[in-house]
Design a protein around this ligand. Structure first.
Ligand code: PLP
Length: 484
């Protein structure tokens, strides 16, 4: 609880009432009305003397009276606090009353377009339960090393850390990322082409608002990532769901070419397909011929368990049509809210400005800490460790699910990523099964929740954030609920 400011107190020496009684009445009124909430600490007597310009005795007598009447509590050595009056005050009454929504709220068309959108499926609890997809094992994150890097950044560059930074992001982090992305993902870029964003989600929103106009056609993988759909819906584009086959996103033969194509080539979300080289080249050729942009969302490519990852689409010829989005959410931790967008040279200024207008840039201290993490090798050590941990968890998941769920559900090989989509029989309702499993404590969103068109029924299982024991017991719960 913060310390109250008591800025609302006005004492007037011209009034007949004494200063002490004015103070008593005003404080009591603030407490009864709920403007001073239960538990808030009052400033010290000494601070009040300076602030209200009255004697110490005036304050002490007024406060003592309120303590005696039960409005305030005094805790020795720690201060004076507003007491819990144990009766609904007007202040806490309004908090618990349902908010009344005026019948016809005037909002923008953009708001109406996103009224039913959201960046993830709806869960019955905010707790991360097995098998919520896309969750890193945050309990294995090296927090002490992170904190040391953070303290070091603050100590060594204290004033720069506190001043406003470049909206496009801290140059040190962009340089470190440029080296990492070229080396690990074959992305062609220099630091100038990178904009640091608030997660990949903001990268997608910036693309949607900077490169499209309302009603422009945008091709989007279907089933696909809900956050991408929401970002483009907010830009009021004409979303066209595009089918995925075993080579990745299909390229429809159409004369109406899109403005933007959104795809996840390294590992299609949520189906897990890796886009083949032939399809990548065909997509780049299509984009070149039809003058459209490709958004490559490379959100979890660090986690590949067999052979080496295919280089990014952006690194192939034709990279001047590709915007490459990446994220620290899976490789570090999601609440960090740091991601990045690599843009073609001609768009550098467009995106720097969009980020500046959007939020003026991400927190410098977090960027500096992430830069040290990458530069000093903590990042690659952590990725290596997590890849090993996730591979072990994948093995436990596949072994147990094939023992307990086979016959009911089929899993393809899991070569990469953080989740696995299991396929149900074609007449099953994945939404109904997902609801039943949620009621027994297991979160497996249905493939239909990610689809605009009708999709084959399936369930998406995240396996990375859960220990082998949790995986086994949750799979047993699935089998028991489904009476397998
Ligand atoms: C396919 C895909 N892209 C992007 C993201 C968003 O990542 P961020 O947390 O960086 O916004 C996610 C998050 O789960 C995702 O699954």
């Amino acid at each position: 609880m913060p310390v109250a400011t008591l800025n609302m107190i006005r004492l007037d020496r011209r009034l007949r009432a004494s200063l002490q009684s004015q103070l008593y009445r005003q404080l009591r009124e603030l407490i009864i009305s709920g403007k001073l909430q239960t538990g808030i600490r009052l400033p010290s007597t000494r601070d009040l003397v300076g602030q209200l310009d009255v004697s110490r005795n005036t304050i002490v007598y007024a406060l003592d009276r309120l303590i005696g009447e039960g409005y305030l509590n005094s805790r020795i050595g720690s201060g004076i606090y507003v007491a819990d009056l144990q009766q609904p005050t007007p202040g806490n009454r309004t908090q618990s009353a349902p908010r009344s929504v005026p019948e016809q709220v005037q909002t923008s068309r953009r708001t109406v377009a996103t009224a039913n959108a959201s960046i993830s499926p709806t869960y019955s609890t905010s707790r991360v339960r097995p098998f919520r997809p896309c969750q890193p094992a945050v309990d294995h994150f090296p927090l002490r090393t992170w904190n040391r890097a953070r303290s070091y950044a603050l100590r060594s560059q204290s004033n720069d850390m506190l001043r406003e930074g470049d909206a496009a992001g801290l140059l040190r982090l962009r340089r470190a990322l440029a080296v990492y992305l070229q080396d690990a993902r074959g992305v062609r870029c220099d630091a100038e082409q990178i904009v640091i964003t608030a997660g990949a989600q903001q990268a997608l929103s910036l693309v949607a608002t900077s490169l499209t106009d309302p009603h422009d056609r945008v091709w989007i993988e279907d089933p696909g990532y809900l956050g991408a759909r929401a970002a483009f819906l907010a830009a009021r584009v004409n979303l066209i769901p595009i089918r995925i086959d075993n080579e990745g996103i299909c390229i429809p033969s159409t004369r109406k070419s899109p403005r933007v194509i959104y795809c996840t080539p390294s590992r299609q979300f949520p189906l897990g397909t890796t886009m083949t080289l032939a399809r990548r080249l065909a997509l780049l050729e299509f984009a070149r011929k039809n003058d459209c942009w490709i958004v490559e969302d490379d959100y979890d490519s660090e986690f590949r368990y067999v052979e080496r990852p295919l280089p990014a689409l952006q690194g192939l010829t034709g990279h001047d049509r590709v915007l490459y989005a990446g994220s620290f959410s899976k490789v570090l931790f999601p609440s960090l809210r740091l991601g990045y967008l690599v843009v073609p040279e001609g768009l550098v200024e467009v995106f720097r400005k969009a980020k500046e207008i959007g939020d003026a840039g991400c927190a410098t201290i977090d960027q500096a800490t992430a830069a040290i993490f990458v530069e000093e090798g903590f990042f690659s050590t952590h990725v290596r460790r997590m890849r090993k941990l996730y591979r072990e968890r994948r093995d436990v998941f596949l072994e147990t699910s094939s023992r307990l769920l086979s016959g009911w559900m089929k899993f393809p090989d899991i070569d990469a990523g953080m989740d696995a989509t299991g396929w149900l029989q074609s007449n099953a309702s994945d939404a109904r099964i997902s609801r039943e499993l949620a009621a027994s404590g297991v979160d497996v969103p249905p493939v239909s929740a990610y689809s605009l068109k009708t999709s084959p029924p399936g369930l998406v299982f995240g396996f990375t954030a859960f220990s082998p024991a949790q995986l086994r017991s949750a799979l047993k719960a699935v089998a028991a609920t489904m009476k397998l």
